[in-house]
Ligand binder design. Structure first.
Ligand code: BGP
Length: 482
């Protein structure tokens, strides 16, 4: 492999990423309303998290306290500075700003919290990168409006976006609208629909049609936010946030190739609209064939066209392989409408079954850049793992370093060999936080360890892992070094 390890652009945004509900805690402090993330219990590797009706006594909700970043951010930012972060990606918790989502006025205490947070970051030379909605919305927008199925949410989101963009116009330059907006289309499973759109299906719902309607409402809301943001401050860089999981044909049977391409289309649907501002023809055809009626107006279409994004933010963790070959049915990990997912025999997986594939990152970067010709920003990447504190008090997380090193190497190839325009890299969970998928604390991604277990016990004390020193050096030398 060509050695191109130490060559990233001069102002490359080396950083770390988190989300408000997974880090802040203080779920009922400072005038904050209940959010959809506050009614999710803890699960584990094999048990899914439950979504309860409001907060039920006797159940454990890991996001209520999370790692108490709300009260400890000043100390944490000191560590981020020591690590050398140039950027820190977090989200604003919508329910701190509009506790019920439909309130007439924003909550000043919530706005003041993010003022303080962004000021502290900037004072430490760290650029805030902000997601407007990272897998949560005010709970009231579910109970009284059934989530993004309802077009009223477009207006509520627009007002929220305008409020925070106006307030932080001189503090935040990099924005993203909806986190991993395309995660909901693959499986229609409860967790993803809930976190993306606050939808729980009702009897008689056509799941796919309802999901597409909610998605269109979000895409329109996103485009409106982009338009407003650009008016507030033309220097804003506003991106979308996609989960890219490249889908490979399991065999070279052309049917497998076609199935993989069709599955990719389901994910590209979202960035096609965010970037090109048009509903793609393959989607219109599919809706027609399935008899779906998706409600949007000529004005909405004009908004989509006017509110296209500046860059493509995305997460990358793993790849996927699919087949249509019926003799493989016994090995299927998951069934999709067009094909079955199989474990890729060329890849290893982490303890949660996520297949590790650095080449897949380079492939994805090429694919996306060729499709859109817009700057890319890798805003999540990393490997969840169990960490152990050894007798000398240290955490030797060489598995984490290997994962990240291989992905940075692939990234360098994409930039320096393939000519991809990449703005930055913010690996996921720079400090240990609550897992979104399982609600565990012990699925750790961080360079900084947090003393807390899956049941919520622990001192919350922070401790640098060995990977901390490694990442610090990567940032210092603007790459891996030759
Ligand atoms: C992405 C989400 C994050 C996150 C990460 C890791 O899907 O944007 O919020 O947590 O994946 O997933 P998990 O926490 O389930 O390991």
């Amino acid at each position: 492999m060509t050695k191109t390890r130490n060559t990233f652009p001069k102002d490359f945004l080396w950083g770390g990423a988190v989300a408000a509900h997974q880090i802040e805690g203080a779920y009922n402090v400072g005038g904050k309303g209940l959010s959809t993330a506050d009614v999710m219990t803890a699960g584990d590797r094999t048990t899914p998290r439950q979504i309860t009706k409001g907060i039920e006594s006797g159940k454990y909700y890991p996001n209520h306290e999370a790692i108490d970043f709300y009260h400890r951010f000043k100390d944490d930012i000191k560590l981020f500075k020591e690590l050398g972060l140039k950027a820190f990606r977090t989200s604003i918790n919508w329910s701190r700003i509009f506790p019920n989502g439909d309130d007439a006025e924003p909550n000043e205490e919530g706005l003041a919290f993010y003022d303080e947070l962004f000021d502290e970051l900037l004072a430490n030379g760290i650029e805030p990168v902000v997601t407007l909605s990272h897998f949560e919305i005010p709970y009231n927008l579910y109970t009284n409006y059934v989530g993004f199925k309802n077009k009223a949410l477009i207006g509520f989101f627009e007002r929220y976006a305008e409020t925070v963009m106006q307030r932080y116009k001189d503090k935040v330059t990099y924005w993203m609208t909806f986190n991993e907006i395309n995660n909901q289309m693959d499986t229609f499973d409860e967790l993803h629909l809930w976190t993306n759109s606050a939808i729980i299906f009702e009897d008689g719902d056509n799941k796919e049609e309802v999901t597409i309607q909610a998605s269109m409402n979000e895409l329109i809301a996103s485009a409106r936010a982009v338009k407003i943001g650009k008016k507030i401050n033309p220097a804003f860089q506003i991106g979308c946030m996609m989960a890219y999981v490249p889908v490979y044909p399991y065999s070279c049977n052309p049917h497998d190739l076609m199935a993989a391409s069709k599955m990719m289309e389901r994910r590209f649907f979202y960035s096609d609209i965010h970037v090109r501002g048009e509903v793609p023809s393959y989607a219109l055809k599919m809706w027609e064939q399935k008899g779906f009626t998706i409600d949007y107006t000529e004005d909405d279409l004009a908004v989509l066209k006017e509110g296209t994004v500046d860059y493509i933010g995305f997460s990358y963790y793993m790849s996927n392989a699919v087949t249509t070959l019926s003799d493989k049915r016994g090995q299927a990990v998951r069934d999709h409408p067009e094909a079955m997912t199989l474990a890729n025999p060329h890849l290893q997986a982490n303890d949660w079954g996520w297949q590790i594939d650095p080449q897949g990152l380079r492939y994805t970067m090429n694919l996306v850049y060729q499709r859109y010709n817009k700057p890319l920003f890798i805003v999540e990447n990393g490997m969840g793992a169990y960490d152990k504190i050894e007798e000398d008090g240290k955490i030797y997380d060489d598995y984490r370093v290997s994962y990240l090193e291989e992905h940075i190497e692939a990234m360098a190839q994409a930039v320096n060999v393939d000519g991809v325009d990449l703005m930055g890299y913010t690996p996921w969970g720079v400090i240990d936080i609550v897992s979104f998928g399982s609600g565990e604390m012990e699925k750790r991604y961080g360079f900084i360890y947090v003393d807390k277990d899956n049941q919520g016990n622990g001192t919350l004390q922070r401790r640098k892992k060995e990977s901390f020193n490694w990442y610090k050096q990567v940032i210092e030398q603007n790459g891996l070094g030759n």
